[in-house]
Design a protein around this ligand. Structure first.
Ligand code: NAP
Length: 260
């Protein structure tokens, strides 16, 4: 399917690895010019080289920096120029026990997973409105619909973002600007592997055994592939998705048990 977005400009945050990278890959294949960010330069440049190889017709710019800081966001916005497509992403907060989280831990989670995407939406949405095209996808978490107790920092911060977006998405939709959330279930990326280490230790079992047990609870009986997530993201950014507004799409192999 031609996604109809060749030549558009995208800022894909936190995109040297995992889900962000997979979104960048599918946008590259659709002919979208990319600015990708991450803190670590080496993986970021390796990903940029891969994306240029994937589609030599596009430009791929890199910004090394922490997207959860004002400087990191300013650098990303300066480099990207006029942004038609914004993929909000950052690392998730650490798991733990809510009794151990002080104000510093909460502020870090809110900065990375709520206030940073809101800042980037604020910085880009009026340009999108003026150009009569915009696609914003926030990578959040299945925990927005089905909270995970040990990920309380994530549950709280991402739910705050989701609530904010529910309002603003309806305000901008008339300009062909859409804002939606993509909610990953369990994808085998670096992030999940780190969580597995913690969860396996907590349960007192080997990591391999924890992975086996965890995937057996997913109706699809497996973890997701990042590329499946990236493909859904690119579709939400396409011309075909202009009527999908303010939605929160779970990609979780059926793990969420509700009817809706
Ligand atoms: P990942 O494989 O660990 O990749 C994270 C990417 O983000 C890396 O490129 C990392 O590069 C970059 N990054 C992290 N923090 C950043 C920051 N502050 N500024 C700029 N770049 C940053 O993680 P993932 O699995 O793709 O997860 C992406 C998001 O989805 C996370 O918020 C995660 O919590 C959420 N999520 C994932 C799953 C899953 O199953 N994988 C499930 C639910 C939710 P650097 O470290 O070099 O900066």
């Amino acid at each position: 399917m031609d996604l109809g977005i060749a030549g558009k400009n995208a800022l894909v945050c936190a995109a040297s690895k995992g889900l962000g990278r997979a979104c960048a890959e599918h946008l590259a294949q659709a002919g979208v010019n990319l600015t990708i960010t991450a803190r670590g330069v080496e993986a970021l440049e390796a990903t940029a080289a891969y994306l240029r190889g994937l589609n030599p017709a596009i430009t791929v710019k890199t910004v090394a920096g922490d997207i959860a800081t004002a400087d990191g966001r300013a650098a990303a916005l300066d480099t990207a120029g006029d942004i038609d497509i914004l993929i909000n992403n950052a690392g998730g907060p650490p798991p733990g026990n809510f009794r151990d989280w002080d104000r510093t831990a909460w502020n870090a989670a809110l900065e990375a997973n709520m206030l940073t995407p809101i800042d980037l939406i604020k910085a880009t949405v009026d340009g999108m409105i003026a150009r009569k095209f915009g696609r914003i996808v926030n990578i959040t978490s299945g925990a927005v619909k089905a909270p995970i107790a040990t990920l309380g920092l994530s549950n709280g911060a991402r739910s705050g973002l989701t609530g904010f977006v529910a309002g603003v998405a309806r305000e901008v939709a008339r300009h062909n600007v859409t804002i939606n959330g993509l909610l990953p279930g369990r994808f085998l990326t670096d992030r999940l592997t780190k969580n597995f280490d913690y969860e396996a230790q907590k349960a007192g079992i080997a990591v391999d055994e924890h992975i086996r047990r965890a995937s057996s609870n997913i109706p699809a009986q497996r973890f997701g592939e990042a590329t499946e997530f990236g493909a859904a993201c690119a579709f939400l950014c396409s011309v075909h998705a202009s009527y999908i507004v303010g939605q929160n799409l779970l990609i979780d192999g059926g793990a969420y048990p509700g009817t809706f």
